[in-house]
Ligand binder design. Structure first.
Ligand code: ZN
Length: 135
């Protein structure tokens, strides 16, 4: 069984990390799949997905601050749109995450959450969730 769902996310700043774990969990629950795989994908070139700590917000802050130091917004990039830093951050972090589904819930560590990373907002973004099982 395969289920594909989309949802939108509206970001409020140029750079922002948003916990989307609950939105993905709702889709997994709706799929009624007990055991399988969940793939979350963002169809954007200046956004990304990662799995990391969702409890202490300072972790999200540190990730954005360190990426900003590594990749300044203005650095004589060739791309003329002025958002090369966002493109590179998107590629470094990645566009998808895969998770296991067991007993109808996502297998995540106690402190782990699925984090949507905005690098060139504010924008309306799309998240695609695929839930797959052989049931
Ligand atoms: Zn661009």
């Amino acid at each position: 069984m395969i289920m594909i769902e989309f949802f939108s996310i509206k970001t409020n700043r140029r750079e922002e990390i948003v916990d989307i774990t609950k939105r993905v969990e709702e889709i997994v629950l709706k799929s009624k799949i007990k055991e399988g795989l969940c793939v979350v994908f963002v169809p954007h070139t200046t956004a990304a997905l990662t799995i990391n700590e969702n409890a202490d917000p300072s972790v999200k802050r540190d990730i954005l601050d360190k990426l900003a130091k590594l990749l300044p917004m203005n650095d004589n990039y060739a791309h003329s749109e002025g958002n090369s830093d966002a493109h590179i951050k998107s590629s470094l972090i990645g566009n998808s995450v895969s998770l296991l589904v067991k007993d109808s819930v996502l297998v995540l560590g106690t402190w782990q959450g699925i984090l949507f990373c905005e690098f060139d907002g504010p924008r309306e973004r799309k998240v695609i969730v695929l839930v797959l099982s052989n049931e």
